[in-house]
Design a protein around this ligand. Structure first.
Ligand code: SAM
Length: 233
């Protein structure tokens, strides 16, 4: 099946308009092309990019509301899950944040090509970015960046009270979730839902941990990354 057909089938299965498949194809081809000369993703076949990057990202639309939300994707890498979400939900106001310059440069070129001038692509570490953007987002989302006790300190300070932190994890994350209980509580969060789903057009199970922000994060957090890593809450 072609890249576009696979994306169309997956988007339709999610109850989304398949029209976004065309822009996703352009983005996927830019990713695979650029990946030949710089390391952007370990996923290198068109069907795998369609399923494991695009459809996994879009699957979140069945589990969370992104309409008119301010969303930050922390450690977005080559743009996942944030950019596919923006393609299927144009009202979403998106910031793509990553520590690596080459990845952010790639994202800027994708946003230029797809004519998405409103997407903010920023190169900075999340714990530093929080100094000027604390509690400013409705939703923080993150996939494949760090274990949950560390990830929570990178992500939860950016979420406004009443907003949500969405952590995309494997289904084997029970230990991580238990280990993060103290971190989530200390940083002002509460686990609202642990939602299992299957990536469309696959049999691959995935898990979304939905953490609501119920109190402001104390000013002492986030700490410098060395401290977060050495001594997770
Ligand atoms: N989220 C993408 C995905 O699922 O395909 C990329 C995952 S990649 C394995 C992890 C990314 O997180 C890298 O691009 C890295 O630069 C970024 N990263 C790690 N720690 C970070 C931090 N503290 N602040 C911002 N970005 C970070």
């Amino acid at each position: 099946m072609s890249l576009e057909s696979l994306l169309r089938e997956g988007l339709t299965a999610l109850g989304l308009s398949p029209d976004a498949a065309e822009l996703m194809c352009r983005y996927a081809r830019m990713l695979l092309e650029r990946n030949r000369v710089m390391n952007l993703t370990a996923i290198t076949s068109e069907p795998d990019v369609a399923r494991l990057h695009f459809l996994d990202s879009c699957a979140l639309t069945a589990l969370a509301d992104f309409h008119k939300k301010t969303v930050i994707d922390v450690g977005t890498g080559a743009g996942f899950p944030g950019l596919p979400l923006r393609l299927v939900e144009p009202s979403l106001r998106l910031t793509l944040l990553d520590a690596q310059r080459k990845r952010v440069d790639f994202l800027r070129s994708v946003c230029d090509t797809l004519e998405l001038p409103d997407v903010d692509c920023t190169q900075e570490r999340a714990e530093a970015y929080a100094a000027a953007h604390r509690e400013q987002f409705d939703v923080t989302v993150s996939r494949a960046v760090a274990a949950l006790p560390v990830l929570t300190e990178l992500c939860l300070p950016l979420v406004r009270v009443g907003g949500t932190f969405l952590a995309m994890k494997s289904v084997n994350c029970d230990g991580e979730l238990s280990a993060a209980a103290h971190s989530i509580e200390t940083l002002g969060g509460r686990v609202r839902q642990v939602a299992d789903y299957v990536i469309p057009c696959t049999e691959i199970p995935r898990r979304l941990i939905v953490i609501e922000k119920v109190r402001p994060t104390p000013d002492a957090y986030p700490r410098a990354f060395g401290k977060i890593k050495k001594n997770p809450l």
